[in-house]
Design a protein around this ligand. Structure first.
Ligand SMILES: Cc1ncc(COP(=O)(O)O)c(C=O)c1O
Length: 404
């Protein structure tokens, strides 16, 4: 499939927004869905629906098989060693909460230290904060350099014999900066410290290979990967998941329940309590197929061209200030425009059918660091093209005129 034809695969682009063609530059928030994913969900409900992992009737067995096929596809997609290392969650947030809870419960004690960075999304800070409250652990923040990059050295400096885990983002949802995670994982490995990567923004743009990367945990958000909402994935090394206590209790995750004792299933079942998202998991296989059909290399080359085009155009206007200047960057541009409030920018752009995000993007620590409460953010997905950027620039110029 040619990447230039991809827009046609996403039915939402046939719609007009405020009478204008939709220019969707908010994929870092959530991506649009291709018809293959939408149709797969409908087909499942119309023809194959049953709960999974419970009944033995024909529909239930078929639905369970389809559900598990997505686990196999995901395993291949990220080159995980074992299928049991793929746990379905309701999002990347839940994936990180799972690790913080289960790892925290078993392996963390008072005064132990967790290393995060100033770049983290609240989803990779708040779950660790609870451990600070509950167990008296300490959180240390690796500082960013002037380009707002995470440098391995800033992590190394914080490591000591109290350090029990390092958790950091693969790709910043504010600056678009790509973290040199392999280097950081290698440093951590020499000290036997596990690493969790928040791959929410990384997975849609960067090729993943868990066996090569050797991180311990990697959180994925399916709704940013052209897949259904309400679905995420936790990759966790089998050795860890085998040792983890369950995260939530309920049906489906047990081995045996007695009045005085309960034993639990193995991973991943142990972590998938209650009725799971069924149509969503089944349909996510179509997202993987779409990405595989085009190839992540082509996707990232295409997105890089659009990103470069956008940055060059935005930089021509000195009333626009782009947040951060990471050398290695993908798909996300946050900016301020004079002293116009980002919500006003987003509202005015919306009149032109241009969808961007405004706010602190769930990164208040980073916004505190740069001394602004909010920024505007344009983020690029598989379906964007240079024309989208031209409309963005025209619309920004219009916005400036409104505030002249
Ligand atoms: C870097 C980062 N981490 C975590 C999340 C949370 O992901 P989810 O919506 O799948 O819970 C987001 C969502 O915007 C994000 O950008």
């Amino acid at each position: 499939m040619k990447i230039n034809d991809i827009k046609k695969e996403f039915p939402i682009f046939k719609k007009k927004i405020n009478g204008k063609p939709l220019i969707y530059l908010d994929s870092a928030n959530s991506s649009q869905k291709p018809s293959t994913v939408i149709n797969r969900m409908s087909y499942f409900y119309e023809n194959e629906f049953s709960n999974v992992g419970r009944s033995v009737h024909t529909l239930a067995v078929k639905a369970t098989n389809k559900f598990e096929e997505t686990r196999d596809l995901t395993q291949k997609f990220i080159n995980a060693k074992h299928r049991e290392e793929i746990v379905f969650t309701k999002g990347a947030t839940e994936a990180i909460n799972l690790v913080a809870n289960s790892f925290g419960e078993k392996f963390l004690n008072k005064d132990d230290e967790i290393i995060l960075t100033e770049l983290e999304h609240h989803s990779n800070y708040v779950p660790w904060h609870y451990l600070r409250k509950r167990k008296g652990v300490r959180i240390r923040f690796a500082e960013l350099n002037d380009r707002l990059e995470i440098v391995p050295d800033s992590i190394s400096k914080l490591i000591n014999d109290k350090t029990k885990i390092i958790a950091l983002t693969h790709l910043s949802n504010v600056t678009g900066g790509i973290t040199p995670i392999k280097k950081i994982i290698d440093i951590a490995k020499t000290k036997k410290i596990p690493v969790l990567i928040d791959g929410t923004q990384g997975a849609p743009h960067l090729k993943l290979d868990m066996q090569e990367l050797e991180c311990d945990f990697y959180a994925i958000s399916c709704h940013k990967l052209y897949g259904p909402n309400g679905l995420g994935i936790l990759y966790g090394k089998k050795d860890w998941l085998d040792q983890f206590p369950p995260y939530q209790g309920g049906g489906g995750m047990i081995d045996e329940v007695k009045k005085d004792n309960i034993t639990f299933a193995q991973s991943p079942t142990k972590f998938e309590a209650g009725t799971m998202q069924t149509a969503e998991v089944v349909a996510f296989s179509e997202s993987i197929k779409l990405i595989n059909k085009i190839g992540l290399k082509k996707i990232s080359d295409h997105e890089s061209k659009i990103l470069e085009y956008a940055i060059t155009k935005l930089q021509k206007d000195n009333s626009i200030k782009i947040i951060g200047s990471p050398k290695d960057k993908a798909s996300v541009i946050s900016f301020t425009l004079k002293d116009i409030h980002p919500h006003d920018i987003a509202t005015i752009l919306d009149d032109d059918g241009v969808a961007i995000r405004a706010g602190h993007h769930c990164c208040q620590i980073l916004h505190d660091k740069i001394g602004v409460a909010a920024t505007a953010r344009a983020s690029i997905g598989i379906y964007n093209d240079k024309e989208d950027i031209d409309v963005l620039i025209e619309s920004i110029n219009k916005c400036k005129k409104v505030f002249e």
